[in-house]
Design a protein around this ligand. Structure first.
Ligand code: ZN
Length: 142
């Protein structure tokens, strides 16, 4: 697959405080869909009660799921919103920190439950779509 490159004007900026006890990934998707946003980049900070993250095994071409059942800081969460098969697809990665300040992170899965979180989202004025990529086994931007 060729490298994907695009230019787009930034449209709306949205700041949202996400719900205590809600799922982080689902909440980001909800903010996008409520505002009819089809392409965006976003950042979030806050804390979670527990987390579910993934590591992509490049050899086996599948995600390994990691569950962490303890309160953690969202040191950083970043990602984008695109379309995949005509659905809203939120792709996010997250860095979490424990009480010793130690970090761990990966691909954000559903199952990461918000304690408190602030989302900053910038809508982009372009069509952003994903497509299955044979080389990596991933749904990449096209
Ligand atoms: Zn990922």
């Amino acid at each position: 697959m060729e490298m994907y490159k695009a230019q787009a004007p930034a449209k709306r900026n949205i700041i949202a405080s996400l719900g205590h006890g809600a799922d982080l990934l689902a909440s980001i998707k909800e903010v996008a869909e409520e505002n009819h946003i089809k392409a965006a980049v976003f950042w979030a900070i806050g804390a979670v009660r527990k987390a579910a993250i993934g590591y992509y095994d490049q050899k086996e071409r599948r995600y390994v799921r990691i569950s962490i059942d303890e309160p953690l800081e969202i040191a950083s969460c970043t990602g984008n919103i695109a379309r995949f098969k005509d659905e809203t697809l939120v792709h996010a990665h997250i860095v979490l920190a424990d009480r010793d300040g130690k970090a761990l992170g990966g691909h954000l899965y559903e199952g990461t439950i918000i304690y408190a979180a602030e989302l900053y989202l910038t809508e982009l004025g372009l069509k952003l779509e994903r497509e299955y990529d044979e080389t990596t086994g991933l749904n990449l931007l096209k």
